[in-house]
Design a protein around this ligand. Structure first.
Ligand SMILES: NC(=O)c1ccc[n+]([C@@H]2O[C@H](COP(=O)([O-])OP(=O)(O)OC[C@H]3O[C@@H](n4cnc5c(N)ncnc54)[C@H](O)[C@@H]3O)[C@@H](O)[C@H]2O)c1
Length: 281
């Protein structure tokens, strides 16, 4: 089977970026999102993003319209027909499998279901989907239009054809696919957990303010300090990933999620997407 059509589900931080990266690489892309306001905001953000690329001379004038014409924005799941689906919806296994099962009813039995989950077990998602051999992890990084790495997460069920198609697709999108095992947080999010959790712990201990930690880490070579990065990712998403990795690794003290971050989520201080996180936007 060739991948001729892609449907990205969820038009939030990641879904809108993945859909734009897909359209920029020449693929016809459906972007499906339940919330029509989020969908409209995604379209506006893409237009702005492409406008900036035109100003910088990175894309030719007139390209913006051509790229946007390759994306069909929809809130109607009945119209979501594609060869490959990439879900980037809320980090909740029941909601993700519920969506894939709805899509499985509407599409032929060989369509590929790729999850952009940061931390959930792709194997346990696959187990709840008919024909689990076509379920795979395709983990993009934020911002998805810029970051090259894609972790391709194979489960015990995933067949070789699915792996190959997803690897090829990632390359076609200009990305660098890296195969990894289905383990908590895969590679990057596992390694990155202490970066966030230790930084939050220093603040919890009351020793130092978060902007200082950001400045020090940036001065020591990190592109972004942990608090700026958590605001970019979204505190809800980052906290969900921390909780999920912690649970899956049997609650090690060193990876205990931070109550400061829990509080930020409860207060809807989610970061850039809500206008306030650790910083104001
Ligand atoms: N934010 C990041 O930096 C990042 C990086 C890599 C992976 N991820 C993963 O990507 C996924 C999405 O994260 P995000 O930051 O884009 O979240 P987000 O909250 O910005 O966006 C999620 C969107 O999904 C929509 N949605 C929820 N249920 C839906 C459904 N059933 N059908 C269609 N749309 C639905 C919501 O309305 C929302 O707009 C999560 O699994 C997350 O772990 C996030």
């Amino acid at each position: 089977m060739n991948i001729n059509s892609i449907c990205v589900c969820g038009a939030g931080t990641m879904g809108s970026g993945i859909a734009l990266a897909s359209a920029q690489s020449g693929l016809y892309t459906v972007l499906y999102e339940l919330n029509t306001v989020v969908l409209e905001n995604a379209r506006a953000a893409m237009q702005k993003n492409l406008g900036q690329l035109t100003e910088k001379g990175k894309i030719a004038p007139g390209e913006t319209e051509k790229i946007l014409q390759r994306i069909r924005f929809t809130s109607d799941i009945q119209t979501c027909l594609a060869d490959l689906f990439i879900e980037a919806i809320v980090e909740n296994p029941e909601i993700k499998t519920g969506l894939f099962n709805q899509l499985a009813e509407l599409n032929h039995s060989e369509v590929i279901f790729a999850s952009n989950t940061s931390s959930l077990s792709v194997t346990s998602l696959a187990e709840k989907i008919k024909n689990p051999e076509r379920v795979i992890g395709m983990h993009f990084f934020n911002p998805a239009t810029v970051m090259k790495l894609v972790e391709v997460v194979k489960t015990v069920y995933t067949n070789e054809a699915t792996v190959q198609m997803v690897v090829e697709l990632a390359k076609q999108m200009g990305k660098v696919p890296v195969l990894c095992q289905d383990s908590p947080g895969f590679i990057v999010n596992r390694v990155a957990r202490p970066f966030y959790i230790e930084s939050l712990r220093i603040v919890e201990e009351g020793n130092i303010d978060f902007p200082v930690i950001d400045r020090l880490l940036e001065a020591s070579g990190f592109k972004m300090g942990p608090f700026k990065l958590m605001d970019l990712i979204g505190n809800d998403v980052n906290y969900a990933v921390s909780c999920s990795v912690y649970r899956q690794l049997d609650n090690p003290e060193r990876l205990k999620p931070s109550y400061i971050q829990e509080q930020h989520v409860a207060e809807k201080k989610l970061g850039r997407k809500s206008g306030e996180g650790y910083y104001k936007y």
